[in-house]
Write a protein that binds this ligand. Structure first.
Ligand SMILES: [Zn+2]
Length: 409
């Protein structure tokens, strides 16, 4: 194990690990998934962590994958690290831009700084869209299950990860994509024993199956087996989620959608408003690019007051703010959000226009995230925290490295 003084990253101090630390971000893990799997007897290892640290915390808004994964690895909200969604509108360039590129990242990661301090660091993520952001500036191993067949020593710190893990390349739309992440973590710990490992799964199962369903319990049974192996290898394991997940349907199972672009075009005339849905990414099959958060760019900023008033009175809308108020409330970077920020209610999603969302791709009733209603996430460690640890209330998912490195006994 490495020795040295604590490092400081984004204004927070982190002790160097004295034993291997594994932080697991379980994508879309509404806390009820863990509770129901334990009740069903599907997750005995997780049940045993109740003797360690069994808490909940809040994720960052919007409750999407990329902003939260980057918050977890930077220990900071999006106002600091800059990744406020999968997409943003770049008004200077006049284009919608994917935020997968590390050039949009405004903060160091804890992972990169631990590697600089001499720690052996490994990162495995399900989807490749996160890999370059998570691994930015980091010496060590960093690859995705999605492209495990393409890894090289130079780019990913490990050649032929597919063969190393010894499982077939999973489909990007499968529970296997997450299983590969966990299997890779166990294999890495057995063979290379990194000091710090970050594992990030995908929410394919959670988008389709509610807590307590046989499919969900099977997923957590699978996960439980791998975490048990990591525990047996002597790791501190800290588990949280990027966001929760809720059904977004009416009593008949039909999606409940507010199509914002159509609403705004009717109020303001065509071409006066641009709706950005930051959930949008290349992988839309399981959510149809429908989430509970949107931002609106207005051609005439003076329209904001009227738009906010009218949206506030629109059924299905939970919260509407101007840029400054919304960014202060949700700790977002103002220059990457529009003039208006909208959050929908728990069982409602926000879209642009019906023709831009192919709901025929959905094989199960819509489940999604993005809103305040998906903020609560698990905060679980297989160790108790020391008596002098900060209060266990008001935790955020991005406090997980702090707890795992500084306060786990
Ligand atoms: Zn996610």
């Amino acid at each position: 194990m490495i020795d040295g003084p604590p490092i400081e990253v984004n204004g927070r101090r982190y002790a160097l690990p004295r034993q291997p630390v594994v932080v697991v971000c379980v994508d879309g893990c509404e806390p009820a998934y863990l509770e129901r799997a334990i009740e069903a007897g599907a997750a005995p290892w997780l049940a045993s962590t109740r003797a360690g640290t069994w808490l909940v915390g809040d994720c960052v808004m919007p409750s999407f994958t990329n902003p939260n994964n980057l918050s977890i690895v930077t220990g900071a909200p999006p106002s600091v690290h800059g990744i406020s969604g999968n997409y943003f509108w770049d008004p200077q360039a006049g284009v919608e831009v994917m935020m997968n590129d590390p050039k949009y990242l405004r903060a160091d990661t804890i992972l990169a700084r631990l590697a600089d301090a001499g720690a052996a660091v490994a990162v495995v993520t399900a989807k490749d869209k996160l890999r370059r952001l998570l691994g930015h500036g980091m010496k060590g191993i960093c690859f995705s299950s999605e492209k495990a067949n393409e890894t090289t020593e130079a780019e990913h710190g490990i050649a032929d990860a597919l063969r190393f893990v010894g499982q077939p390349l999973p489909s990007v739309y499968s529970a296997d994509l997450s299983e590969f992440v966990l299997a890779a973590g166990v294999r890495l710990m057995q063979t290379r024993r990194p000091d710090v490992m970050y594992l990030s799964t995908t929410d394919y199962v959670q988008h389709k199956h509610a807590p307590g369903t046989p499919e969900a319990d099977a997923f957590y049974r699978m996960m439980d087996g791998y975490l048990r192996q990591l525990d047996a290898l002597g790791c501190v394991i800290a588990l949280t989620a990027d966001h929760g997940m809720n059904a977004k349907t009416d009593a008949a199972g039909r999606p409940q959608v507010v199509y914002l672009q159509d609403v705004l075009d009717a109020w303001l005339g065509a071409g006066r408003a641009r709706v950005i849905l930051p959930i949008t990414d290349p992988y839309v099959v399981h959510h149809g690019a429908l989430g509970s958060f949107a931002t609106i760019h207005l051609a005439r900023p003076g329209d904001a007051i009227r738009v906010i008033a009218q949206l506030s009175a629109t059924p299905g809308v939970a919260e509407v703010y101007d840029n400054a108020t919304g960014c202060a409330r949700f700790e977002l970077p103002p220059d990457r959000m529009g003039d208006v920020i909208v959050v929908s209610k728990r069982d409602v999603v926000l879209g642009t226009s019906p023709e831009r969302h192919d709901l025929s791709l959905l094989r199960e009733p819509l489940r999604s995230h993005g809103g305040v209603s998906e903020e609560t996430v698990p905060f679980v460690l297989n160790r108790p925290l020391t008596a002098d640890a900060p209060a266990a209330t008001g935790l955020r998912n991005f406090d997980i490295f702090d707890c795992a490195l500084n306060w786990a006994r």
